[in-house]
Write a protein that binds this ligand. Structure first.
Ligand code: AMP
Length: 397
C-alpha cells in the first residue's frame, strides 16, 4: 500500500512551497492549444494559496535540450494561470531557472503569492538529476510538493533530486489520485478484477501482462497485440500486425494464465481491411481465419459483446490500449464498444494514460470513468508494478 504524505498533511502558512507541476502543454505560436493540464493543477495550487503558502511553481515544457529556447518559455503559462486563478502569477524569467532574478522574485513574495519559474529543462542537469540544480531548487523553498504524474517515472532534479535537500516532500492532489487508483486500486482491487489490454505491440506490454497476470481474475487482450496470440495458436492472420519474435512468449502467457486460474479472453472475430486505410474494403471474419492480403484493424462485433459482458459484473476494471485503429472511424467501433461497456458498469474504472485516455475522451465517455490517468509512460510503469521514482521520493505517512 502506497501511503504518501499529501498537501492535506502539512501546514504551509508563511512557508515557501515549491510545487512541481506538469505544465507541458501544446503551444502553437505562443498560444496554449490545450489547457487541460493547467486546469488539472488548480486544486493543489488553490489549496496552498488558501493555506497562506508562498507558492513557487515549476515545470518542464517540451525538450529545450538543456538551454534557453524562447519558444519553449513558460511565460504564456504564467499569463494563462493568472487568468484561471484570478490572481497574478508572476513569471520569474530567468535563463538559469534559479538565477538572480528568480531568487529576487522569491525574496519579495508575501503569503498567498504565486510565481512560476522558467522551464526546468533550460538546465542540462535537470534530466540527469544533477546535484547542483537540485540543491538550487531546494534552496528556494521550505517545503516541496510533487503534483506532476507525467514525469513520475523519471528521476529528474525537479521531482526527485530536490527532495534530497528539503525536509518535507509531499504529493499534490493530482499525484494522490494517480497513486490511489493506478497504484493502490490495482494492487488491492475489489474483485472481480478485469484488465483490458490493447494497442499495437505485445513487446511494449510484456511487463504489464506479467504483472497483471498475478493480480487479475480476467485478462482481455485486443488491438494489434491479439494477432501475435492468434498466430501462436495456429490461426491465420493475413498481413495483420504480428511480432514473430514473441510467438513463443504469447503461447507461454496463455499457459501461464491457465496455471494461475486467470480467464484470458482473446478476440473471436475481427473487422479486417484490404489496406491500412479508413477507405479500405471491409469484412468481418472469425478469429484465425483472416485471408491472405487482409489485415485485422479492429475487434469484431461478437468480440465487442464478449468483452462488454466480461466487465459487466466486475468491481474493478483497468484498461490500457485501444482495441483497434481507432484513429480511423471505420475501425473505432471496438474501442467505442469497450469504452461504452466501461461507462455502463458500476465497477471502479481506471484508464491508463496515452491512447486509451485519448480514445475515451474523444468518444465522449471521459466523465463516466472513475479515473483517467494523466501520464502515458508513468501509468504503464505503474501497471508494470514498478516503483516510480517521483512517487518513492515523497515522504511516507
Ligand atoms: P500502443 O501505443 O501500444 O497502446 O498502441 C496504440 C496504437 O495501436 C494506436 O495508434 C492504434 O491505431 C494501434 N492499433 C490498435 N490496433 C491495431 C491493429 N489491429 N493494427 C495496427 N495497429 C493497431
Amino acid at each position: 500500500m502506497l501511503n504518501k504524505k499529501s498537501v492535506d498533511d502539512i501546514n504551509v502558512k508563511g512557508k515557501r512551497v515549491l510545487v512541481r507541476c506538469d505544465f507541458n502543454v501544446p503551444l502553437i505560436d505562443g498560444k496554449i492549444t490545450d489547457e487541460n493540464r493547467l486546469v488539472a493543477a488548480l486544486p493543489t495550487i488553490k489549496k496552498l494559496i488558501a493555506d497562506g503558502g508562498k507558492v513557487i511553481l515549476c515545470s518542464h515544457l517540451g525538450k529545450p535540450k538543456g538551454e534557453p529556447k524562447p519558444e519553449l518559455s513558460l511565460a504564456p503559462v504564467a499569463k494563462r494561470l493568472s487568468e484561471l486563478l484570478d490572481q497574478e502569477v508572476k513569471f520569474a524569467a530567468d535563463p538559469e531557472v534559479v538565477g538572480a532574478n528568480a531568487k529576487a522574485a522569491v525574496e519579495e513574495m508575501e503569503d498567498g503569492d504565486v510565481i512560476l519559474l522558467e522551464n526546468t529543462r533550460y538546465r542540462a542537469e535537470e534530466t540527469k538529476n544533477g546535484e547542483e540544480f537540485s540543491k538550487e531548487l531546494a534552496s528556494l523553498c521550505d517545503v516541496f510538493v510533487n503534483d506532476a504524474f507525467g514525469t513520475a517515472h523519471r528521476a529528474h532534479c525537479s521531482n526527485v533530486g530536490v527532495t534530497k535537500y528539503v525536509d518535507t516532500a509531499v504529493v499534490g492532489y493530482l499525484m494522490q489520485k494517480e497513486i490511489d487508483f493506478l497504484g493502490n486500486a490495482v494492487n488491492n482491487p475489489e474483485r472481480p478484477f478485469v484488465a483490458i489490454l490493447g494497442g499495437a505491440k505485445v513487446s511494449s506490454k510484456i511487463s504489464v501482462i506479467e504483472n497483471l497476470l498475478d493480480k487479475v481474475d480476467t485478462l482481455i487482450i485486443g488491438g494489434g497485440m491479439a494477432y501475435t496470440f492468434s498466430k501462436a495458436t495456429g490461426g491465420k492472420i493475413g498481413i495483420s500486425l504480428c511480432e514473430d519474435d514473441y510467438l513463443e512468449y504469447a503461447a507461454n502467457m496463455l499457459e501461464k494464465a491457465k496455471e494461475k486460474g486467470v480467464k484470458l479472453l482473446l478476440p473471436v472475430d475481427h473487422v479486417i481491411g484490404d489496406a491500412f486505410s479508413n477507405d479500405a474494403n471491409i469484412q468481418v471474419v472469425a478469429s484465425g481465419e483472416i485471408p491472405d492480403g487482409w489485415e485485422g484493424l479492429d475487434i469484431g462485433p461478437k468480440t465487442a459483446e464478449l468483452f462488454a459482458d466480461a466487465v459487466k459484473d466486475a468491481k474493478t476494471v483497468v484498461w490500457n490500449g485501444p482495441m483497434g485503429c481507432f484513429e480511423m472511424p471505420n475501425f473505432a467501433h471496438g474501442t467505442e464498444a469497450v469504452a461504452k461497456a466501461l461507462a455502463d458498469t458500476d465497477a471502479v474504472t481506471i484508464i491508463g494514460g496515452g491512447d486509451s485516455a485519448a480514445a475515451v475522451n474523444q468518444l465522449g465517455y471521459g466523465d463516466k470513468m472513475t479515473h483517467i490517468s494523466t501520464g502515458g509512460g508513468a501509468s504503464l510503469e505503474f501497471l508494470e508494478g514498478k516503483e516510480l521514482p517521483g512517487v518513492a521520493a515523497a515522504n511516507d505517512k
